[in-house]
Design a protein around this ligand. Structure first.
Ligand code: FES
Length: 164
């Protein structure tokens, strides 16, 4: 009895092998493509870069006294999560206007501290001094403290963060 190969036809073995290859390829595509997407997608996405963060009710902020608010935010880039801490001084005026200043020194990014005496923000690293409104009084800082965009909604003070 002559085999299919010998006759130029398709043997049962080749047919089964071919069907297994097609089935294997299909299963690999069905399972593999979503898995590849799952693995690659985070690397292509970034966390939101534009957020409003609530600091708290304005009624709890003392008037005419720089008040420090601190918080941290976790940012996920790809598979890596990074926590960033923020510090902001809020100055509430008697007529309900607000000034929000970053507590990051504009010289080399140390954190400034408000001192009631002599009424300024002092940078402990190189003795930089900033006035209550954030402008430079003395020392090496090249620029005023960064003002932070903010808004009040329903009695809550929010700050605008633009994360890199
Ligand atoms: S980092 Fe603030 S004065 Fe240098």
């Amino acid at each position: 009895m002559a085999g299919a190969e010998e006759t130029g036809g398709l043997s049962r073995r080749k047919f089964v092998t071919g069907m297994l290859a097609v089935l294997g390829g299909t299963i690999t595509a069905v399972i593999g493509l979503p898995a590849v997407g799952y693995l690659v997608a985070p690397a292509l996405k970034r966390s939101p870069t534009d957020v409003w963060v609530p600091l708290g009710p304005v009624e709890s902020i003392p008037i005419d006294q720089p008040t420090l608010f601190t918080f941290s935010r976790a940012e996920r880039i790809g598979w890596e999560t990074t926590a960033t801490s923020y510090g902001m001084y809020v100055l509430r005026s008697p007529d309900e206007r607000y000034r929000v200043l970053s507590n990051v020194c504009t010289h080399l990014a140390c954190r400034v501290v408000w001192k009631d005496d002599p009424q300024d923000y002092t940078c402990p690293c190189h003795d930089g001094h900033f006035a209550k409104d954030g402008h430079v009084l003395s020392g090496p800082p090249p620029r005023p403290l960064q003002a932070v965009e903010h808004k009040v909604e329903e009695g809550i003070l929010y700050v605008h963060l633009v994360e890199a």
